[in-house]
Design a protein around this ligand. Structure first.
Ligand code: ADP
Ligand code: ASP
Ligand code: MG
Length: 424
């Protein structure tokens, strides 16, 4: 007997028929003698609809619909998961499987006070263990918990992944299965590269980079948590037939295990390619080339809580002015511009340009640590397609380039081929 946490994302619970299919996956594990807790997302599209209602309500009168009380946002958007957890419990009961639904506060899963994007502080696993030990399936609403003032808090978009991994850690589960609409983690987003290959295993650290750099298959925080708490996390498809799935030569279903680096026998130099359209480029033209300017620019942005990612500064030809280019989250583009305009007194005269028509494409692999020439291979491949690079950042296990958004698919496909990742 094992203790399992199964998580089903929005597409997997998109309607009652799909919830029945999910219940068959749950039934299979229960019949195999396992203790099971299930974490569910809202039906696909529901969270977006709820966010839309919030913005509509907030735009009452002449108000900006993007500014609203985060606690009330949470009260609204957390409701999607409440519906699915109840529906799955009803379907399971109808199939003769004892089940009970739980919302975040009923566990309790406590969070900090960052409503809208709260972090999990603590989970009491006792009640869930008790439920599972008496043979009931605990069906838990993902994405939500209870904040320090007793109000519902949500964990940021995609947060049900984090709920699932955190609950798996709290109940000491043997595995956390993340069921989604693809049968694992691929070398890149299979929706844009049909030649992407499924990876059997990915190291926590690589998965963390892939998720942070745009692979939305897992929420970044879920991977951080899995890495810290050593939760064996298995990404798999809910669309596999629940009754016939589960058998390769080793008795394993198709999917991707996120695990320790030591468990990976054959490491590749490059494991995957990710892309993110969530960044905007800002360039300060002819800014003074003297000490203190970078401090004034990035100090002002930091004070406004705007994260800066890639930074490029040229050495000036004439020793007096230079260009400074960097990226910020696309949602912060307008705010960053006004912060910089307001800080002109310290920065000095400069022309501020910005564009959200950019994409960051990243090449990731732990094998890069021990291989030279990985970056130049990317630059050569992109050059061969006439793709211009606006900015570059590298770390031990990744290289990111900023390019025009129009070239996203071409760049991802080109790099995928260049690093030998295409499936045969
Ligand atoms: P869920 O609703 O189950 O949480 P998501 O839409 O959040 O599902 O995540 C699954 C999607 O992630 C896939 O449909 C796929 O398009 C996308 N994706 C992006 N990068 C990758 C990748 N490297 N491997 C697999 N899926 C990826
Ligand atoms: N329903 C939430 C969202 O769409 C959480 C999740 O699905 O993980 O972001
Ligand atoms: Mg998701």
């Amino acid at each position: 007997m094992a203790r399992l946490v199964l998580k089903f994302g929005g597409t997997s619970v998109a309607n009652v028929e799909r919830i029945r299919n999910v219940a068959r996956h749950v039934a299979r594990e229960v019949k195999a003698g396992h203790q099971v807790a299930v974490v569910v997302s809202a039906m696909s599209g529901v969270t977006n609809t709820l966010v839309g209602y919030v913005q509509d309500a907030a735009s009452t009168g002449n108000r900006d619909g993007h500014i609203f009380d985060q606690m009330e946002y949470d009260a609204v958007v957390a409701s999607g998961e409440q519906v699915t957890s109840g529906l799955l419990a009803i379907v399971l009961q109808a199939m003769g499987i004892p089940a009970r639904s739980f919302q975040g506060w009923q566990i309790p899963l406590t969070t900090d006070d960052a409503h809208g994007s709260a972090r999990i502080m603590d989970i009491d696993g006792a009640k869930m263990i008790e439920v599972m030990s008496r043979g009931e399936v605990a069906v838990i609403a993902g994405f939500q918990g209870v904040g320090p003032t007793g109000r519902i808090a949500t964990l940021g978009r995609g947060g049900s992944d984090t709920s699932a991994v955190a609950i798996a850690a709290a109940v000491n589960a043997d595995r956390c299965d993340i069921y989604t609409d693809v049968d694992g983690v691929y070398t890149t987003d299979p929706r844009i590269v049909p030649k992407a290959r499924r990876l059997e295993k990915v190291a926590f650290e690589e998965m963390l980079e892939m998720a942070s750099l745009g692979a939305k298959v897992l929420q970044v925080r879920s991977v951080e948590l899995a890495m810290v708490k050593k939760v064996r996390t298995f990404v798999r498809s809910s669309f596999d037939d629940p009754d016939t799935v589960g058998v390769d030569a080793h008795g394993n279903p198709p999917g991707t295990l996120i695990c320790d680096e030591d468990e990976i026998v054959e490491t590749q130099v490059v494991t995957g390619i990710a892309y993110s359209k969530d960044e905007a480029q800002i360039s300060l033209r002819r800014v003074a080339d003297k000490p203190g300017v970078a401090a004034a620019v990035f100090g002002a942005l930091a004070e406004a809580n705007i994260n800066v990612d890639m930074i490029v500064q040229n050495t000036s030809a004439d020793g007096s002015t230079t260009d400074l280019t960097f990226t910020v989250p696309a949602i912060d583009e307008a705010r960053a511009r006004s912060v910089l305009e307001a800080a002109q007194a310290e920065i000095g005269p400069t022309l501020i340009e910005s564009s959200a028509d950019v994409v960051k494409v990243s090449v990731i692999g732990i094998g890069m640590r021990s291989h030279a020439g990985v970056a130049s291979q990317a630059f050569t491949a992109l050059a061969s397609k006439g793709i211009n690079i606006r900015a570059i950042t590298t770390s031990e296990i990744k290289i990111s380039v900023l390019i025009d958004a129009a070239y996203t698919e071409l760049a991802v496909r080109t790099l995928h081929t260049a690093y030998g990742l295409d499936k045969a």
